[in-house]
Design a binder for this molecule. Structure first.
Ligand code: NDP
Length: 241
């Protein structure tokens, strides 16, 4: 039977590339988003992928969103926890609000979504959870204490949950993209971006499709023995041990 995939933050950037790649592979795809209706409408129009608006930081809203998706497309077999934001500031200027927004949207979201599809995956004996972390969750980044903490948290979450899902056919993995050419990175000041590109041995930013193809592999039946893994996709900018 055709499997159903939920991609959080699936309407633009890396998430949209994941949504499109999964659709091209024959999955039923639900793309979630947070607030940008215009982009979501465009995504629906251009791809034919159904888009669902709910805040991944809000447990109840996620529950309602998942119920709507499952009513439309069937039980969710594969979750890609991709939605994320940055609220950068050096720590001495970071506010509690900046801290909480990033922890809630980038980390607690993974609990909110995964917890509400987990029982079904266990019962059906198949599931794929793919968390999108970041190079900056692996190595830390100046001005991103909140984001680095949230993204490192996703790596620990993955390692623990992989052990719980293993006997039930549910794999849990984390993908750590390096700098990928999306709006999030285009917002970085030009001079800073130049120095970032200079530090990438491959000599360029990554493409959203290069993250999507890793997710598609991890979601496949072939990847059943890969679980608890941290997959680094960063052009050798940071080589984790
Ligand atoms: P974008 O900013 O391009 O897209 C973010 C997506 O997340 C949008 O669809 C957005 O919806 C959605 N979103 C944001 N907040 C919420 C929310 N509260 N509830 C539901 N959806 C929400 O991000 P990228 O594509 O650049 O990044 C995707 C993921 O990859 C993120 O987790 C990011 O941290 C990670 N990453 C990105 C890197 C990069 O270089 N771009 C590098 C490493 C990791 P809406 O349009 O409605 O706002």
């Amino acid at each position: 039977m055709t499997k159903t995939v939920l991609v959080t933050g699936g309407t633009r950037g890396i998430g949209r590339a994941i949504s499109e790649t999964m659709k091209a592979k024959g999955y039923k795809v639900a793309a979630n988003y947070g607030g940008n209706d215009e982009v979501a409408k465009l995504c629906e129009k251009e791809t034919g992928i159904r888009c669902y608006k709910f805040d991944v930081a809000d447990y109840e809203a996620v529950g309602k969103g998942i119920a709507a998706i499952e009513a439309d497309l069937g039980p969710i077999d594969i979750v890609i926890n991709n939605a994320g934001v940055t609220r950068d500031a050096p720590f001495h200027k970071m506010t509690l609000d900046q801290w909480q927004q990033v922890i809630n949207i980038d980390l607690t979201s993974a609990f909110n979504v995964t917890r509400q599809v987990w029982d079904g995956m266990r019962e059906r004996g198949f599931g794929r959870v793919i968390n999108i972390s970041s190079i900056n969750g692996q190595k830390g980044q100046f001005g991103q204490a909140n984001y680095s903490a949230a993204k490192a948290g996703l790596i620990g979450f993955t390692k623990a949950l992989a052990q719980e899902g293993a006997k039930k056919g549910v794999t849990v993995n984390v993908v750590c993209p390096g700098y990928i050419d999306t709006e999030m990175v285009q917002a970085v000041p030009e001079k800073v971006l130049e120095s970032i590109i200079a530090s990438i041995p491959v000599g360029r930013l990554g493409k959203a499709e290069e993250i999507a193809s890793m997710c598609a592999y991890l979601a496949s039946e072939e990847a059943a023995f890969i679980t608890g893994a941290t997959m680094t996709v960063n052009g050798a900018q940071y080589i984790a041990g």
